[in-house]
Write a protein that binds this ligand. Sequence first.
Ligand SMILES: C[S@@+](CC[C@H](N)C(=O)[O-])C[C@H]1O[C@@H](n2cnc3c(N)ncnc32)[C@H](O)[C@@H]1O
Length: 223
Amino acid sequence: MNMFSQVAEQYDTLNHMFSLWGDLRWRKASARLLNFSEDDHVLDFGCGTGDFTFALRKHSALYITAIDLSPEMLDLMKKKTDNDTSNWLELMAADGEDLPFDENTFDGAVAGFVGRNLLDLHQGLSEIHRVVKPDGRIGFLEFCKPDNGLMRVVSWLYFRLVVAPFGNLFMGKSVPAYRYLIDTIEAFYSTGEMRSFLSGAGFRHVYTVYFNFGTVALTVGTK
Ligand SMILES: C[S@@+](CC[C@H](N)C(=O)[O-])C[C@H]1O[C@@H](n2cnc3c(N)ncnc32)[C@H](O)[C@@H]1O
């Protein structure tokens, strides 16, 4: 079972709590910055419980295809949509490293906090590049290794001393997803690395927008 399937029920609460509800602000700000046009068809890659999709849709009347490996996360996303969404939302269980779409399908794509969960990030980015149309934009939102040394220490301590123990306490057991998050903090990418990954996948005009004192970054690129 995908480890996110095991934490699906608590995912939103813990995310909002540990980020002091910042995660919602970062997705909202990202949606504003990406500024997709009405009628664009956008892919939410690794949508989880859908918060990036909802932020995008709030900003503009898009058609969104949201995919995730975990059916449990998709079920929770469905529960969060009370109205009929069939005219703007398509949900699909799919592997982001082998997307079931033709090339040049989407006007743009977003991926929120998915990068480090992929077995092969480069394969995921290359798949996004394949299915996005020429001139389409991608927004890749992730925790990152802050450029500032002091923030690197603060961020490391926060994940080690707050997120890991309280994540486990809150769940009543040792949770692989949070253990995994902690284990991979050291492996957070720098913003320079994230830009080079997007460039390596073929995206142009790659740049970074920083959130939360440089601990979270939106990397934007154009196909
Ligand atoms: C940390 S969550 C982020 C969810 C959401 N994007 C957000 O902003 O909250 C990572 C998600 O990526 C999904 N995921 C991991 N590997 C995947 C893959 N190969 N293809 C599609 N989704 C994947 C997980 O199931 C999980 O829902």
